[in-house]
Design a protein. Sequence first.
Length: 169
Amino acid sequence: MVFNLEPLDISLDFERKTYRLGDTIKANVTLTPLGGVRIREATLNLVAQVRQAEVKAGWAMGMDGAPAPGRYNPSGVPTRGTPVQTVSMEAGYSTVFLSSASLSVGRPGRYNVALELGPRLPRVVQLSKELERDANSSLTIERWWLEVQVDVAMGRDQSATKDIDVILT
């Protein structure tokens, strides 16, 4: 059951620059409780907004409907491809900076968090590279952001986000 709908305020600060594979994002996170708060876990995540496009092709049937099993239907012809797009959010990298903690009013928690980009590319970037030569599907990373997520016991989970420039190639 959720008792505390606004358990804390979150502040996220980091150096504004372009980050690349192998860099470390050094963030300062401040959690200011608005009452007594128990935190199960707090994480810093690098998240991507991903647009996936696919071309779906099908078969059009003639006037006689679907073919009977084992019978050739000369009226079935391939249709022109129909584009289908989906937008999703994918976590690239993540680190836990706080677990099983209690915060009280008037005592904000300040945390220096380091999020290392690497050594491997995130799965979403690898998939994007694999689909570069595919004519029927593509995966585009539209933007990146840093997100602080706090899992609050007996309260609504909290998050804060800020856009970030990232080049992962």
